[in-house]
Design a protein around this ligand. Structure first.
Ligand SMILES: C[C@@](CO)(OP(=O)(O)O)[C@H](O)COP(=O)(O)OP(=O)(O)OC[C@H]1O[C@@H](n2ccc(N)nc2=O)[C@H](O)[C@@H]1O
Ligand SMILES: Nc1ncnc2c1ncn2[C@@H]1O[C@H](COP(=O)(O)OP(=O)(O)O)[C@@H](O)[C@H]1O
Length: 328
């Protein structure tokens, strides 16, 4: 494991004392929607170079980290407040992996009991597991008094997954590389989203694979490098113009997600006919993200989707919201 280097003056969080005396730390972290996603041809490691614009949405994961009873000392446990067969509670849970990586990196022998409250749809292309990992990093850093800076935590986050650094930052940001190299983007106003979830998730690697297959079969193939963020999108965000943002939304993974799940096209059409400015696939899907012009329209879109029987659930959420933060 490579050593961590703090970059002076870049988001360094105040370092709590090494001998942290807190018994419990609660952290909230947001899910995301990709306002723009362009993918290039996969590199030798299988990862696709991306240009993506993330926006943090008010679907909030909560991780509570508790100091452990002495007899369990050194283990990392995870409990869900509402058990869910689709979310593992063993060492494969991304929040457990995050705590283990921090412990290993900082040389901490302490364990932790993590309690997870999920509000982001599971396997929905909204980075719920990544938000849990980001929250666990922040919570354990405070509980254990390991004192890593935000920059150091972001570096650990990128090792856990391409989507894990963003929930630490929150708001609106451009991602390059695997989507993990972030630059904040200026955004005015509040955007009113409706997220239509599916009963069954889609696997991110499977969607990227189908993206490759579709690209190979197309006459133009796939561009080696991803496209840059269009000026129309950055201008819409700068102006707080939801209609202009709707027109600029783009997701290269959408065709692959629709190919794997054709019925998502019906969900998109219904959202738009019920008053959404535009509906797109969120990230790798299968969640459909519908952008509404105002809260009343968002309510109408959510009601129409919920009444349709086409979706598991339609959730309203505004955006952008802040990144992971300690709340208690
Ligand atoms: C597609 C996106 C869009 O934001 O997220 P979701 O919509 O699934 O949440 C991300 O790129 C997903 O990020 P994340 O889910 O953290 O990906 P990782 O765990 O790092 O990688 C899972 C797998 O996705 C594929 N992958 C991921 C990122 C990337 N730039 N190129 C890829 O090809 C690879 O097959 C990789 O093995
Ligand atoms: N903390 C977690 N929350 C949800 N899923 C998790 C978590 N840790 C691991 N997983 C596994 O990762 C898969 C994708 O998780 P998730 O982050 O919800 O979706 P996506 O990658 O589409 O944004 C899940 O199907 C689940 O098996």
């Amino acid at each position: 494991m490579s050593p961590l280097h703090a970059v002076p003056g870049t988001g360094a969080a105040p370092r709590p004392p090494r001998s942290g005396s807190m018994t419990k730390v609660r952290v909230e972290a947001p899910g995301k929607v990709n306002l723009f996603l362009s993918a290039g041809a996969p590199a030798a490691d299988g990862y696709h170079p991306l240009t993506t614009v993330f926006q943090a949405v008010r679907l909030i994961e909560t991780v509570t980290a508790r100091r452990q009873a002495a007899d369990l000392h050194g283990t990392i446990t995870l409990t869900l407040d509402e058990p869910d067969p689709d979310v593992p509670t063993d060492e494969t849970n991304l929040a457990v992996r995050a705590a283990a990586l921090l412990a290993e990196t900082a040389g901490v022998g302490d364990g932790v009991d993590l309690l997870l409250r999920k509000r982001v749809p599971v396997a929905g292309g909204m980075a719920g597991g990544s938000a849990d990992a980001a929250a666990a990093l922040l919570a354990c850093n405070a509980l254990w008094g390991t004192g890593l800076s935000l920059t150091e935590l972001t570096e650990l986050a990128a090792r856990l997954g391409a989507d894990v650094p963003f929930p630490l930052l929150g708001a609106t940001a451009v991602g390059h590389g695997r989507g993990d190299r972030l630059t904040p983007l200026m955004a005015r106003g509040t955007y009113h989203w409706v997220f239509a979830t599916a009963a069954e998730g889609l696997s991110t690697p499977a969607v990227f694979r189908r993206f490759d297959e579709l690209a190979e079969a197309s006459p133009t193939g796939v561009a080696a490098a991803p496209a840059e963020v269009p000026a129309s999108l950055t201008a819409a965000l700068r102006d707080g113009d939801a209609a202009a943002l709707a027109a600029a939304l783009h997701n290269d993974l959408q065709a692959a997600a629709l190919d794997l799940r054709p019925q998502l096209a019906d969900v998109m059409a219904l959202a738009e006919s019920a008053g959404a400015l535009r509906a797109i696939v969120s990230g790798s899907g299968p969640t459909i993200a519908a952008l509404a012009p105002d809260p009343a329209a968002a309510m109408r879109v959510a009601n129409a989707l919920n009444a349709s029987g086409l979706v598991a659930e339609a959730l309203r959420a505004d955006a952008p919201v802040a990144g992971a933060r300690v709340v208690g």
